[in-house]
Design a protein around this ligand. Sequence first.
Ligand code: SF4
Ligand code: SF4
Length: 153
Amino acid sequence: MATIPGIGLVKGLWVTLKALFTKPVTVMWPDEKEQLAPRARGVIALDVDNCTSCMLCGRECPDWCIYIEAHKVEIQPDKPGGRVRTRNELDRFDIDYALCMYCGICVEVCPFDALYWSPDYEYSEFKISNMLHDKERLTEWLATVPDPPALEK
Ligand code: SF4
Ligand code: SF4
């Protein structure tokens, strides 16, 4: 089939012309902020008070990028003759965001509501080792976690 000479060029220019008058999907960050969905997966926040160091999130993480260390502490009984109980004390809880693929499995599997998604994404680093967020940094993200949606009436 005969082709018209230069038709490819015209088609290409037409695409360019259309794009010139279309609203861009990108924004001029950091001057302009993107409007994210409220439950967007930006960063994971940790509520240390809820974490029992059960290690479930670390075991289920497909990237093995959650590092947890804990030790046991003894809790003495309230009354004489009672049983001494033990409780896990969290020493280390790190997430390496250089490895994380934001699948959300850790947040889903946590049985104690200790992990939450925050839509904040402004934590890029020049040094890749700084992408490892420790317990304190993960706790700071809690302030950016949106409130849960209201219950249905
Ligand atoms: S979001 Fe997925 S990859 Fe990232 S820490 Fe959680 S389980 Fe691992
Ligand atoms: S699954 Fe939840 S409670 Fe268990 S170690 Fe992970 S964050 Fe802590």
